[in-house]
Every structure is written in C-alpha cells, then in structure tokens.
Design a protein around this ligand. Structure first.
Ligand code: DGJ
Length: 728
C-alpha cells in the first residue's frame, strides 16, 4: 500500500471512530434568549463545543451540526474541547496545565456528570464535572446564564485528592470555540491619558495573546475587554460579534488561537505569568469568571445587552442613583487649606452639584503630602493644611447643604513616609535590589493580612470619625515592580494573593458600608473590570478630560460599561467652550473639576442650568439604552442617543469632532431605538446664555426620525448640540 493510501485509510478509520463516538453522545445546550453554546459529550467522554452562535428553534437539531462539517485535521479530538487539558492528547494551547503530586505533567479530563440549576426565571447555572481517569484530579466548569440579556459568566473550580501538592501551571476560566470564515479582533491599547485606543485586525493562524503583567493598574497598557466579529468586522447594527472580558483586577491572559482547521479557540483567565499555583489536596482553586455576550445584530445590540445585565446584576447599586460633584484636584492640586476649601464648599452649593470631593494632599505630617513624592501611607490629616481636621470640613459641607467625599490611595506608599519607616516589610520590593518607582511610590503587599487590615482601617476610620462622609475616590497609581511579598512563603502565589487580598478588604468595607458611592480610579481607567465594579459605583475612565479626546475614550468604554459607571468631569483641559466640555461630561456621571469662582457670569449660569437639566435627564442616561448614531472615527460629527425603557424619552448628544473648513451635519442623523408609531417632539436644550437654537421645535413620528433622521445642525458655530426627545 502506498504511503498516501495508508494515510487515507488511517484518516478514515480515525474519522469513523470519531463518528462512532458521536453516535453515543449527549448534547448539553446552554441557551439564552437569542444564543446557544452547545456542549457535547462523546462516547469517549470528551466534552466538546459543537456550536456557538444564534440558537436554533429546534434544540434537537444541535446534534446534527457536527455531521455538516467536513473540516479535517483534528488529530486529537480536542481542538474544540470545552476545557483543553495538556500533556495527554492535546497539541494546542491548553486551558489547564498541571504538575501532579508525582511530578507527572499529563492531564486528561473526561465527563462525569452535569447539573443544571435554575436560580430564578432569568438565571440558570450549568455545572459540568470532569475528572482525570488516571489521577484524582477534577475540574468543574460553571456556566451561569442570564437568559434575557444573552450574557454568560463562565469559570472553573479545580481540585484534587492526590497524595501531595499539585502545581497548576495554567488555570483558565473558560475555553470557547468559534467557527466562521474569518475572525476580526477588536482590541484596545493605551497608557496614561490614552486609554481605550481601539485596533481591529483579522486574526491569522496561530495565537494572539492579550495580557497584562502589571499586577495593579493591570489595564494600563491593555484591558482584557475585546470583541471578535465573525466573517467580517461587525458594525454598530450589523454583524455577528462576541464581547469578552475577564472579571479580575490583576494580571490576565486571553489567548486567541486560530487552529489548523480554521476555527477560533478562545482561552481566558488569570495570567499564569510567574504564577504557578500550588494546590493542596482537597483545596479548591476557583478561577474568576470570564464574561461574554454575543449578538448577530452588531456591536450596538451586544453592548446594550451587556449594559442591561451590568445594571441589573453586577454593578454595585446599578439601578440606583449617583451624586454629581465638584472635585478640587485640578482646581488646587496639593495647594489648599481650610479657607480655600471653605470657599470651594460654597462653590459646590453655588454650582448646584450634590457633593464636594476633596482630592489628594490632605494627609501626612512628618512627610507632608505637598506633592507626589511624600506622605502616601500616612492617612492622618495634615495639621498645617487642615488644623481642624476632616470632621470640620464635613460639618462645613453640611452647613452649606452639600455632601462631602474624600480621595484615598490606600494600597500605596511613598518611601518618604512614616508607614514605610515603620513597616518596610509591608512594601512590595526585592530587598537585595534597588527600589524602582512608579509616580515616586511603591505598592503595599495586599497579600499580607496585616496590610489588608491596615487598608480596611484607612476607610473604616474615615467613616467612624466622619459618619456623614458620603463618597470615596479610591485611587491606584502605581504598577508592581520587583514583585515580592515578605509575607508569602510561595512567591508564585503573589499576584493572585494580591488581588484576593484587595477583594477581601473591599468585601469587608461593603459588608459595613454597603451603599456609599466609591469611584474606582487608577490614574485613569487602569483598573476597571466587572469584578471591581461589584464594589465600586463608578470608575474614572481617564485623566484625559480634554473633551474631544474624551468623546473618543468614552465612546470605546461605552461598548463595555454603561453610562452610569462613567465618571466624567468638566475640567480646563482643551480649548473648547464650557458648553462643549459640560455636554460631553453629561454622557455619564457628571462632575466638575474647575475653579468655579473664575467662571464668567454666563459660564456659571450655563453650568447651573446644565446641572438642572442633567438632574432631569440623568435617569435616561443612567438607566436607558444607549445607541451610537454617528461614529467620531467615521464622521465629522459624533452622535449618541439614550432612550428610556418605555421609549417615551430620549436625549441625543451631538458634537463636531473635525474643525476643518465647512465641516458639520450636511445630512440628518438617523435616530435609533424609538417607537416608530409614536410621535415625538424634538427640541434643542442646554443652550448657552444669550444664544438661540437654529432648530425649530417640531413633532415627528419615530418612523420619520429613524428613517429620514433629524439634522441637529452641528457646525463650527454650533459645535455641541443636545436634543431632548419626548413622546407626545
Ligand atoms: C490620579 C487621578 O486620576 C487624579 O484624578 C487625581 O486623583 C490624582 N491621581 C491625585 O494624585
């Protein structure tokens, strides 16, 4: 027999045996309202993904899917594994790699059982137990489905009863398998003031990895959020697209592997970089959840699904309210005293916002926090600046009729601090190496329970001393260099224990102070993810508040996080007029960081009126559905619409993003998300004092507004236009 013939016979035997195995298979569909992830257990007890995409009306047809594929070349039967083990048959990127107690590196995971539990009418949980036939090692895969919002959270629990420790070399949360003609990745990169810069590329064969090794501030260069479009890049309203992200505030790793038979394997979890995890017998390692949603109606639909889910299930107080505020960071930086702050508290009231937020610089005495070189860690009021303490400021705020909030950065320490002098062993550093600083500071060892206790007490004592304290801004400006914990015996656990330590503290804070709003800040958006947003009510997307830049940054964040989470402050960055700056900040949770006393009379009355309007429309922005109407990267006008659930009230923000000659809205903007049969009034609101709208108020059907559109008349003379849309 010729070699070619031998190979053909071998291959046909191989595929025959695969088909036989399929013949005795069990199919487990994981369905949401529109989608299905279908698992199948074959005769050999491998659990594979046979389908991911729009669900079929007749679930019995899922079984037929594999037969329709003539893709050949899976020599392992594991390319579409639901959780790919390594060291046995597998030849590609694994989801899990272990070193057993006896030093052996091979793992095979076979189906044992599965259970589906209905948590309520919307939420179900599937768990699938897998065991190694040779070693006492098991993994349970969890799929938590949110039916109406088409969202799935997936994670795994790993345990063993071997006679000794097992080392987990890789331990992903989830392993997906997609089939399409081509795969288009939308990913993000960034740096300080440059968060969420999008890039789109067609994936080629091999592995593309998105990851972070920064420890804290993990998203600084790259967040774990991404999109995969199938067959062609999805647009706002068309195309099949998966959104994925990890619920973990530390190092992450997402491997996107286009395999030898042209399918896409996605493996996501904690980054195993420098982190082999030693698991004791009977101990359980629970991975964080990988979160994903899928839509075949484009990026807009997928993002609205995610937003609804986030508000309903994930965000702290996602259905609740938020406070507008005046922050003093850019108004004073470190240079303030009680007199200045008293004036700012008056300005807070005059402006009409709910709260005054005192930023960095209020603490430390031996090494006063007068710039960013000293004082971090010493959380006592600076006596020179605040001789009467925070308590007196809180009282003054109360007298002024506003609330009071405060900035902290409790995980960090300046080498010039009493804390560092007292507890050098609490600091992350390599004692035999030179210290290396990020913003002149080091990170405290959150893996150490004593440090956890210290950090908890920073927050707790602020609340104990000032029960009326109404808001916390929690900052985190440094990444981790020279990773080392003086507390841990196993340094490989460091990055994981850091995040666990952080969550323990946040958990404890939330147990005692369940609803106090807290802003998640990391010198910008360096830390936002859905695990952190269980503890924080909002996040700071970027220190870059230049409003043109901000339109782009907020636009990209908005795919993944709803407007209610986005703290947007009006500052003096950029050359745009106050109206433009404020209008942009209104597309989220509005705040100000300006010197109110320096505003002109008109600017001040404009701001006051804008805040009054905002108080009226904020429920639509915070709780409504967001529709992106005109993309600033594709057009010279950016346009975003928010509409309430009943489709009776909407607000549309429009901005000129290109200042070249004669740019603006030549054509109407097509509205979205309205009821075509309803009649709506459309009027321009938030006009700067002394200016008139060029638009006549009129009534239109939803059909007209969505098919013909409406022209907000944005041009160089009208660079920012807000429209209020109300059903008649
Ligand atoms: C970085 C934050 O992003 C700023 O808003 C401000 O709070 C500074 N830190 C204070 O040091």
């Amino acid at each position: 027999m010729s070699v070619v013939k031998k190979i053909l016979v071998y291959l046909s035997c191989f595929y025959l045996s695969l088909q036989l195995l399929q013949a005795q298979s069990t199919t487990i569909p994981v369905e949401t309202l529109h989608n299905a992830l279908v698992l199948q257990v074959n005769g050999g007890k491998d659990v594979s993904i046979i389908y991911f995409g729009r669900r079929l009306s007749d679930a019995s047809e899922y079984d037929k899917i594999p037969n329709e594929s003539k893709q050949k070349g899976d020599y392992t039967g594991l390319l579409n594994s639901a959780y790919t083990p390594s060291g046995s048959r597998n030849l590609v990127e694994p989801a899990i790699t272990v070193t057993h107690a006896d030093g052996n590196n091979s793992l095979d995971l076979r189906y044992v059982s599965h259970t589906t539990t209905k948590v309520d009418n919307d939420v179900s949980m599937l768990s699938v137990l897998l065991k190694d036939p040779v070693y006492s090692f098991e993994v349970t895969l969890y799929f938590k489905t949110f039916y109406q919002s088409d969202v799935i959270e997936q994670w795994s629990m790993i345990r063993h009863t071997e006679k000794g420790k097992v080392v987990l070399q890789k331990y992903a949360s989830a392993n997906l398998y997609l089939k399409a003609g081509s795969y288009w990745l939308n990913q993000y990169h960034g740096d300080w003031a440059k968060e969420m810069q999008p890039e789109t590329a067609k994936l080629t064969h091999g592995i593309k990895t998105l990851d972070s090794k920064l420890g804290t501030r993990a998203n600084l260069f790259q967040p774990s959020v991404f999109m995969i479009s199938l067959d062609k890049p999805a647009t706002e309203d068309e195309g099949s697209v998966l959104y994925g992200m990890l619920e973990w505030s530390g190092n992450f790793r997402v491997d996107l592997e286009m395999d030898n038979i042209d399918n896409l394997r996605i493996i996501a979890g904690i980054n195993n970089y420098a982190s082999p995890y030693t698991l004791q017998p009977n101990e359980t390692f629970t991975t964080p959840a990988f979160l994903y949603t899928f839509s075949d109606k484009g990026k807009g639909d997928a993002s609205r699904q995610l937003h609804r889910w986030a508000r309903q299930y994930k965000l702290l107080d996602g259905k609740g309210s938020r406070l507008t505020l005046l922050n003093n960071w850019e108004a004073t930086y470190f240079d303030f005293n009680e007199t200045k702050l008293a004036a700012l508290l008056k300005d807070t009231k005059k402006l009409g916002v709910d709260l005054f937020l005192l930023d960095d610089g209020w603490f430390a005495n031996k090494y006063p926090r007068n710039d960013d070189h000293a004082g971090l860690g010493d959380w006592q009021e600076n006596k020179a600046k605040l001789p009467n303490g925070i308590a007196s400021l809180v009282r003054t705020a109360q007298t002024e009729g506003v609330k009071f909030g405060i900035w902290i950065e409790p995980e960090m320490v300046n080498p010039k601090s009493e804390l560092y002098e007292k507890h050098p062993d609490w600091v992350i550093k390599q004692s035999k190496r030179d210290e290396y600083y990020f913003r002149n500071q080091l990170v405290l060892d959150m893996a150490n329970p004593a440090v956890q206790d210290f950090v908890y007490k920073v927050v707790d004592s602020l609340f104990i001393k000032n029960p009326a304290l109404a808001y916390i801004k929690w900052d985190c400006n440094a990444v981790i260099y020279n990773a080392y914990s003086a507390h841990l015996t196993n340094q490989s656990h460091f990055y994981i224990e850091y995040v666990r330590g952080l969550y323990k503290v946040l958990e404890k804070i939330r147990a005692k102070y369940p609803k106090v709003p807290m802003m998640l800040c990391s010198g910008g958006g360096g830390r936002v993810d859905y695990a952190a947003l269980q503890y924080f009510t909002e996040f700071w997307p970027s220190d870059n508040t230049e409003p043109l830049e901000r339109i782009f940054i907020q636009w990209e964040y908005s795919y993944f996080y709803p407007a209610i989470t986005s703290s947007n402050h009006v500052t003096d960055w950029g050359k745009q007029p106050i109206k433009f700056r404020t209008d942009v900040a209104m597309m989220g949770k509005l705040g100000f960081d300006i010197v109110v006393s320096k505003l002109s009379g008109n600017d001040l009355s404009y701001c006051q009126q804008a805040i009054a309007l905002y108080n009226n429309i904020k429920p639509i922005i915070w709780q409504g559905d967001q529709y992106r109407l005109s993309d600033p990267r594709e057009s010279n006008v950016a346009s975003v619409l928010y509409v309430n659930e009943q489709k009776t009230k909407a607000v549309v923000f429009n901005y000129l993003v290109n200042n070249r000659y004669d740019q603006g809205n030549k054509s109407p903007i097509l509205f979205k998300g309205l009821d075509p049969t309803k009649k709506y009034s459309v009027k321009e609101v938030n006009l700067y004092p002394g200016t008139n709208s060029s638009l006549a108020s009129n009534i239109y059907t939803g059909e007209f507004l969505m098919r013909i559109g409406f022209n907000p008349d944005v041009h160089a003379g009208r660079t920012s236009v807000i429209l209020q849309v109300e059903a008649q």
